[in-house]
Structure formats: C-alpha cells, structure tokens
Ligand binder design. Structure first.
Ligand code: MG
Ligand code: MG
Length: 620
C-alpha cells in the first residue's frame, strides 16, 4: 500500500505540512490548490522541496465545474486547465483531480459529458498529463461513483480515469461491492476518509466532519477490501477536511494518518484471507494493575481512599518506595520513588495515575504491533535482577505496561514480597470495570485511533453529555471479553469538568477508575462506614427514577441513603456510586452490572452537577 495524504488534511503552512507528512512516513502528498495559492513559495520551490523530502506529488487538486457547461465556459475552463499543467510540471505530477460538476448551469446530457471529458483528455494527453474524475456526493448530475465510472469506462480515454473517494461513496450508501466493476488500471487514485453518521447536508458533512479511517462510523474495511480485490496498486490517499485536525499539531495528525492507513490495509487483507503482514492487534486479557505516582503526602490521601473502599496494603516493592494495594483481582500500585518516571509525573501533574498494566498473552507480538504502528516505546532503567516489563506511551505521557499474563503471579511474588502483618482487604470489589480518561477535545480522535489500532478494542457510539458548563463528548473502547474497557472524554467548553481537569492537571489523564462489585449495597455500605467521602446525590434524582422506572420505593430509599445511581436498558440494570475526588483530580466509581453493558450515560449529568457543587468558588 502506497500511503499518501492531501495537504488539506493537516494544519500549518504548506512547507510545515509537507515536512510533517514526510516525517510521518507517507510516500506522497496531494497538493490542495488553496494551500499552494496561500504559500509564499513558488510551485517550483514546493516541487523541489517535496523531492528533497522524498515525497512524490500524487496529484494537484481540485479542478471544478467543467463537464456539461455552455461552449464558451467550457473553452474558458480548457484554457484554465492548460495553465494548471505548467503548475503540475513544477510540482512534479502528471495527475489532476476533476470533481463532478456542481454548477446549476451544467447540462445533464450524458453525451455532452462524454464529449467534454474527451476534449479534456485530448488536451491532457497532448501535455503528458492525466485527469482523474470524481463523483462528489453533492454533484449536480453525477453524484454516485458508479455513474462516474460508467462515463470513464465508456469514454475509454487513456488520459481520463476515475477517482474513488470513500466519503462520497459511503455518505450516499453506494454499495462497496460496486467497486468490483471498476478496472484497476482506470482507477487513477483512491481517496480515503471516514466520518461519523450525521443527518446533515453532504457538503457540510464532508467539509467539517471527515476523519481518519477507523475514527468514524463508515464501513471502510469493506471498501478497502474491495479495492484490494480488484488489484488496485495506486495510492491510498487520505483526504480529511476537519477543522479540529487543522488546529492540532501537523506531526500528530500525519502520524495518525499513517497509523490509520496501515491498520485499514491490514484489516482489508485479513478480510480477503491474505496472510497477516504485521502482528495482530493486542487483545488485553485484563487490567493487571493501575500505578499511581504520589509523594508521601499524596500517598496518604490515596491510602485513606483505598482503605475506605476495602483495599489493603499487602506488599512493598523489595527495593523501591512502591506499595501494592490489593482487593479481589485488583492491584493498585502507589509509587513514591524520589526519581524515575513516576516522580517526574508527580512533579508535573500531582498525585495521579502514571501507568496502567494490561495482561497480554504474547508480549513480543504486542511490542511488534506497537513497532509496526510507530507507537513510542518506553524503556525504564531497572536493576539487572528486576522484571523487565515492556511498555508503550499512552494518554498524556502515561505508560501502558504489557504484562505477561502467564507469569504475572510470579512477577508479583518476586517484586512485591507480601507483608506478614497488617489489615486484609475486604471482598467487596472484584475487578477494574473501566478506566475513564479525559483529554483535550482535539486529541480525542487521536486516542480513539490509538486504542482501536494498537489494541483489539472496539468502539461504542459517541455520546454527548451535558455538563453544567458545556457539552462533553464521550466514547468507550472495549475488549472482546469486556474485561478491559476505557472511556474517553473530551470537551470544547473551557469550564466543563473535563476541560478543567485537563487545565488543572496540565494535560490528559485518568479521571476516574471504576471497580466492579457483585453487591453494590454491601460495597457502598461498607465504604460509607469506613469513611469514604461519597459524592452526594440530591433527592430530585431519586423521585425521578422511582417514577421513571417504576422502582420499589424501599429499593429507592436504600439507594438514596447510599448515593447509588441507577440505569436500566431493557431487562438489564446498572448501579453505581462515586467517591469525591482526591486532590480534585482522580475519583473512584463502584459499579454493579446486572447484564447491563453501557456506562450510565443517563446519570453522567447528575454526577457532573454533583461534582460541580464541590468546585472552589474561585474556579467558577
Ligand atoms: Mg475527494
Ligand atoms: Mg464511569
């Protein structure tokens, strides 16, 4: 697969864009004409720069409103095109994109369209150029790639071929199987973009909401498999119009672009039964541990919270200032080492989660996958007799450790000799249900891509949650076993809780950890009795759920006394309660699922409003 990207997809000036594109590993870039027009550098210099960067120019784009126009306008367009050829020579490309005509002055006469495309083909051929015709979803007469292909096929001109753009095809629901009718040698270029399913006009949907393959809702795997099946060997070129992307670092977007294309191509190959070209996505078996970076003082704050939730400090690291808290299958590790990553993390963020350990079956394959997708590794400096656990960078500079599932018990035994005396954990909490991470809205799709390409985690639909101070976007990624679940949250509203978290915390990070319990009432009762600072839920909420779900008033009274929230989906039920935040950052949740598989989004607004009540007046 030859990876390319349109310069419109990334932010910055054209030279900055091209450098980021080259550094990320793309073979080529499409030059978006507006980027060229707004650049102070002449086209020849851009062409030379691309050559210096080792980037091919895949195409100049776009050329608009040509076929089916009155004769005088057609002739003027041909003259315009002639001038483009000189620019293309400077850029070093022989290919130009022609969008299907949107003009109300254009004719829908098919023969005229064929004649006009023939004239353009002759002109292009006489200059050693080629034209690639694309059906825009909002084209006046041609808005379906099957019609664009039929024109290209019937014209059968060597200088006129087809552009397929997944947005235009999939927004209109054109079946991907129809790609099977296209001849690979006439398919001059393929543009790829995903998008969320939205009810809006095609033009605005396309201009503002396109995203990388895998970040949206389109069935791109089918589309990509159909391309592979016809033997298409040309560029897979990302064309992503998205305002959010242009406001993010060009380097990050370009790296994400390569990652999304590699993962898409691999999924397409596997769908066609071809052998895998890279290690499979990591399917984590469970959360092995959560590591907190904390000074001694912060460690005491966490310790009080953990004790109230039923955890006990069962072990100390044999040589480091690190304590293992345990309950059920949950390990919480508090790292107070005076140096190392946890310490620098604590210096920047304050006491918080600095790493997450995930148990995996094959560490080597997991690291090979991260290598193939250019995910940054982290090598800790350790003593020669310590267990080396490979790790990769995660959200907000934290780490994800990939713990060998088969030997994890031995690792704990070697590194953390059990304390002989001390309190035993309760047995209220059995496992980590989910970890909620909060980030800048601009980073949201980037981390979604990270979790769904590096890992075998699938995403749930994106939700919009009302915070008292603005909208929060939330989306979950889950392993097939559902033993590992993350929820990602981001907001554009400066004062929404998630945004203030990011500001106060100096970056993205873990905002809450949810533990699973088989008995929410026992867990909440014990936690309250042990002095857990609970998030208090007001009486109106309980009056509402009693009426809404026709709940037994005695049950509602029990929930109210323990600040337990409730949701129901069909026959399945969800119970949850929250702690107050430690140091205004991380807080804890306890959930009981009775078949329910979501995250209580209906209660999120209640929780956010209750949390807002604990804000400093100075923060409002
Ligand atoms: Mg396009
Ligand atoms: Mg939660």
């Amino acid at each position: 697969m030859k990876a390319s990207i349109a310069t419109v997809s990334v932010g910055g000036t054209l030279d900055v864009k091209l450098e980021a594109i080259a550094r990320a590993g793309f073979a080529a870039a499409e030059i978006f004409e507006n980027d060229l027009l707004s650049s102070p550098l002449p086209a020849r210099q851009i062409g030379a720069m691309m050559q210096g960067l080792g980037l091919d120019c895949a195409m100049l784009q776009p050329f608009r409103d040509y076929e089916g126009m009155p004769a005088d306008q057609r002739d003027a367009a041909l003259e315009r095109m002639r001038r483009k050829f000189a620019v293309m020579d400077d850029l070093g490309t022989d290919l130009i994109l022609l969008c299907s005509n949107c003009s109300p002055h254009s004719s829908g006469d098919r023969q005229q369209a064929l004649d006009d495309l023939g004239l353009l083909g002759d002109l292009a051929a006489s200059h050693g150029k080629r034209v690639s015709y694309e059906a825009l979803a909002w084209g006046r007469h041609v808005f379906d790639h099957r019609d664009a292909w039929a024109l290209v096929r019937d014209l059968d001109h060597p200088a006129v071929g087809l552009t397929l753009d997944s947005f235009h095809s999939l927004a209109r629901g054109v079946p991907s199987a129809s790609i099977g009718d296209v001849r690979a040698d006439k398919l001059f270029i393929v543009q790829l973009a995903d998008a969320p399913r939205l009810e809006m006009d095609y033009l605005n949907w396309s201009r503002h909401f396109r995203c990388m393959p895998g970040q949206g809702d389109f069935a791109l795997d089918d589309y990509a498999a159909a391309l592979c099946k016809i033997g298409y060997q040309g560029y897979w070129s990302l064309e992503i119009f998205n305002d959010r992307f242009r406001s993010t670092s060009a380097g990050q977007i370009a790296r994400d672009g390569v990652r999304s294309l590699k993962a898409l191509h691999e999924r397409a190959r596997i769908r066609l039964g071809e052998p895998a070209a890279m290690a499979p996505p990591i399917d984590p078996e469970r959360f092995e541990f959560i590591e907190f970076a904390a000074s001694h003082e912060e460690a005491e704050d966490f310790g009080r919270m953990f004790s109230a939730l039923g955890f006990a400090p069962v072990a100390r690291h044999r040589s480091k200032d690190v304590v293992r808290w345990q309950q059920g299958g949950i390990n919480l590790v508090v790292n107070s080492e005076p140096e190392g990553l946890a310490h620098s993390f604590d210096m920047v963020h304050g006491g918080s989660v600095c790493a997450i350990g995930l148990a995996v079956e094959d560490q080597a394959a997991a690291m090979a996958r991260s290598e193939a997708l250019d995910v940054q590794k982290y090598e800790a400096v350790i003593a020669p007799d310590e267990w080396q656990i490979p790790s990769v960078r995660g959200v907000g500079g934290s780490l994800i450790y990939l713990v060998d599932s088969a030997t994890s018990a031995q690792m704990w035994a070697d590194e953390f000799p059990l304390l002989q005396k001390g309190a035993s954990p309760r047995s209220d909490l059995v496992s980590i249900d989910h970890v909620a991470q909060t980030m800048h809205y601009e980073e949201f799709l980037s981390w979604l891509l990270y979790y769904t390409t590096l890992f075998d985690l699938s995403k749930t639909p994106q939700l919009e949650i009302a915070d008292p101070m603005g909208i929060v976007y939330s989306q979950a990624v889950e392993s097939r076993s559902r033993n590992v679940r993350f929820t990602l949250n981001g907001s554009l509203a400066a004062n929404a809780l998630s945004s203030r978290f990011v500001q106060n915390y100096f970056g993205a990070g873990v905002q809450h950890i949810a533990f699973a319990t088989p008995d929410i009432f026992a867990a909440a009762g014990h936690a309250r009795d042990a002095g857990l600072p609970m998030l208090e839920i007001g009486p109106n909420y309980y009056a509402d759920i009693e009426a809404r779900f026709a709940l037994d008033p005695a049950l509602v009274a029990r929930m109210k006394s323990l600040n337990i929230l409730y949701d129901r989906d069909g026959e399945t039920e969800y119970f949850q309660f929250y702690s107050r935040a430690v140091a205004k950052r991380v807080f804890f949740e306890v959930v009981e699922r009775r078949g329910y598989q979501a995250y209580g989004a209906a209660n999120a607004q209640i929780r956010l409003t209750a949390q807002a009540a604990h804000r400093d007046p100075a923060e409002l």
